[in-house]
Design a protein around this ligand. Structure first.
Ligand code: IPD
Ligand code: CA
Ligand code: CA
Length: 267
């Protein structure tokens, strides 16, 4: 099936990119800034993206690509042309500090639907994958298991995760007000620095829920399919329809999701 063969290509490329990330981690890399002083990019981000994009172009020259560092190439998803959505290194700040919570994320979208995705976290030794309708899986230490979200329904028993955009210093108080409310209501809240892995951890039932604002399609594509295939429910912060192209997200097991939206809606 097409989605399985796309997943096979995505997984092979993510694995190569992961080896390259580890290589940079061992042998050193240069760090530069992008939009502001806390928005980092490294040699490893660029080299990983070049590897993945070249691999896709070599196999599927007519497919579209949306990659973080290089932007959009080829047709949009209004037609049935597959589009590969790539975050070559999600968790760049973590990577720059040697904190192992980072990954390469590759999703495949056809006519606006995600059909395959992989999130490869080399320093954790974990690979999360999913195909639409085919379930979500974690490969770790030679074993493979199907993923299912937690069955937590009570916010007081929930371990949540969130993140903050790089322009947080220029934003108003709303993100901090939400954070405060969740810290007071939940069992615990983490800020772990990779949205793609945050989604996979919700899929694995390690985190019960995740919320964030202003994310980009490459942060969300593969991880959203993985969490959806593990049974997660999605919305934006207002409780309305979620899209990887809009960037606000609340994701949790179905029984917990309404209690999270009660907080993120801020009314
Ligand atoms: C970032 C991470 C982080 C999130 C930021 C993203 P990057 O992506 O996913 O967890 O809070 O908003 O931009 O820059 O490491 O690819
Ligand atoms: Ca990212
Ligand atoms: Ca990135």
């Amino acid at each position: 099936m097409e989605r399985e063969s796309y997943l096979g290509v995505a997984t092979a490329l993510a694995r190569e990119a992961a080896a390259l990330l580890l290589d940079h981690q061992r042998h050193g890399f240069a760090v530069a800034t992008k939009a502001n002083a806390i928005d980092l990019v490294t040699d490893a981000d660029r080299a990983s993206e070049a590897l993945v994009v070249a691999g896709i172009k070599a196999r599927f020259p007519d497919h579209a690509i949306l990659a973080e560092e290089g932007g959009a190439q080829g047709a949009a998803t209004a037609n049935a042309t597959p589009r590969w959505i790539i975050d070559p290194l999600d968790g760049t700040t973590n990577f720059a500090h040697g904190y192992p919570f980072y990954c390469c994320s590759i999703g495949v979208e056809v006519a606006g639907e995600l059909i395959a995705g992989v999130v490869e976290a080399p320093a954790l030794g974990e690979r999360f994958t999913a195909t639409a309708g085919g379930g979500a899986y974690l490969d770790h230490l030679g074993s493979r298991r199907r993923l299912r979200v937690a069955d937590t329904a009570d916010l007081r028993q929930a371990l949540l995760v969130t993140g903050f955009p790089y322009d947080i210093g220029a934003r108003g108080d709303a993100p901090f007000a939400r954070f405060t409310r969740f810290v007071r209501a939940a069992q615990g809240v983490r800020r772990d620095g990779s949205a793609a892995l945050d989604l996979c951890y919700v899929a694995a039932g390690r985190f019960d829920g995740f919320w964030e604002e202003n994310l980009k399609p490459w942060d969300l594509a593969a991880g959203s399919l993985i969490a959806a295939e593990a049974g997660a429910r999605f919305s934006n912060l207002d409780g309305d329809a979620y899209s990887i192209h809009r960037g606000d997200i609340v994701v949790a097991p179905p029984a917990l999701h309404p209690a999270m939206v009660d907080i993120t809606r801020m009314d």
